[in-house]
Design a protein around this ligand. Structure first.
Ligand code: NAP
Length: 358
């Protein structure tokens, strides 16, 4: 492996460490080297600012002059507190820069690369480009589609049911599968669910390890008629997360929900429900770029009908629920979805399949 490849891979390892913590910004890694030795490094901070390059440059100080930078995404062109990253790089005296991927954000796209080249820096692009794209899929997709990148989680029985006919709250998947769900949750910006799933299951939608809460996740609830019970567990810890409720109602209950700290977004009913495409555009405007869906088969079918699903995360357990159980996709089955298998893992007798929806 060449040194360039080694260093850019190291920058990717750094980016990977902060993945899931920088939403709605991508996680970017940066290292600065001199005489083939790393002199400083940086990764996007949790609030998105400062950027990885700014952190690495600050740590390197005057030593940055005459050095090389390896960064996983094109440095920003739009200005921040200390000027754009492109300007900071120019001021630092860095002589060459290796950039994995061009930033799709129109405020930067190719502009920084052009500026750096015009100012006589050696700029090399494309090294391990796919690593950046794969790590920050949500960023590339949400920016181009102007709606959140959407992953649907489903735990199903062997006969493709997600719950028993009496909606009795019982786990379908085993504990190893459920731990993995918590990992998937922790790498997501928000959970998307329905008030029906909240009423039936009263989930907490937190990230937990051995029953200890590690993260209170943002929750988005689709609730046409504002049926969410005020004592739902998702309404706990509102100081530490966003709860966004989409509804057609404006009444004393919506006022109460706003008072306790929820964001309540009114939308007009269309054919007795909410227009999911418009709801997704609204979510993007509310800076939600990544969703992990945990809801039932009616909602899943509606998401698919509107082409709003990017990935399916399926956990299959060797049990039979029977004909009367709640189907994974109301009025459809999984075989008919045009999808590509990306990953398969066994969790004892459960199987996990990750699909990309085409
Ligand atoms: N196995 C799993 O992985 C898993 C995961 C989550 C949930 N579940 C189970 O799923 C069961 C519920 O499944 P379900 O299929 O009956 O219900 P669901 O899909 O969770 O929710 C259906 C409801 O969502 C609302 N909805 C759907 N599309 C909408 C739209 N476009 N606009 C507005 N509202 C819309 C409607 O209710 P309103 O009109 O009243 O708003 C609809 O009745 C629960 O028992 C839960 O345990 C299983």
């Amino acid at each position: 492996m060449t040194n360039h490849l080694k260093f850019i891979n190291y920058a990717h390892d750094l980016a990977f460490k902060n993945f899931g913590k920088t939403f709605p910004n991508p996680s970017v890694g940066c290292i600065i080297t001199k005489n083939n030795k790393i002199i400083s490094k940086g990764v996007t901070s949790r609030t998105g600012r400062p950027h990885a390059e700014e952190i690495a440059l600050k740590k390197a100080g005057k030593k940055a002059s005459g050095s090389s930078m390896y960064v996983t995404l094109e440095p920003c062109f739009h200005s921040s507190q200390n000027g754009s990253c492109a300007d900071q790089i120019l001021r630092s005296g860095i002589k060459e820069i290796y950039i994995s991927c061009i930033d799709p954000d129109p405020r930067t796209k190719n502009k920084s690369i052009t500026k750096l080249k015009r100012n006589k820096l050696k700029v090399i692009t494309g090294l391990e480009k796919n690593k950046t794209i794969n790590l920050n899929k949500f960023f590339f997709k949400s920016l181009t589609k102007q709606k959140p990148f959407t992953k649907v989680k489903m735990a199903i029985s062997n006969d493709e049911k997600i719950a028993w006919s009496d909606y009795k709250s019982k786990w379908i998947s085993n504990s190893k599968s459920r731990s993995y769900v918590h990992k998937l949750r922790s790498n997501s910006q928000a959970i998307l669910t329905t008030s029906k799933t909240i009423i039936k299951d009263n989930p907490r939608f937190t990230v937990r390890n051995k029953n200890k809460i590690i993260k209170n996740l943002n929750v988005v609830v689709v609730d046409t008629n504002l049926n969410i019970p005020l004592n739902s567990k998702v309404l706990n810890n509102l100081h530490d997360k966003r709860v966004i409720i989409f509804t057609s109602k404006k009444n004393s209950k919506s006022q109460k929900l706003i008072q306790i700290g929820c964001e309540v977004i009114q939308m007009k009913k269309e054919n007795n429900s909410l227009n999911l495409k418009k709801l997704f555009s609204n979510l993007y405007k509310l800076k939600i770029s990544d969703l992990f869906v945990e809801a039932g088969g009616i909602f899943f079918a509606n998401l698919l009908k509107n082409n709003l699903v990017d990935e399916i995360h399926l956990f299959k357990a060797p049990i039979i629920i029977g004909e009367k159980g709640i189907p994974v996709i109301k009025g459809n089955n999984l075989k008919r979805i045009d999808k590509k298998l990306l990953e398969k893992i066994s969790f004892d007798d459960n199987s996990y399949f990750k699909y990309q929806v085409k």
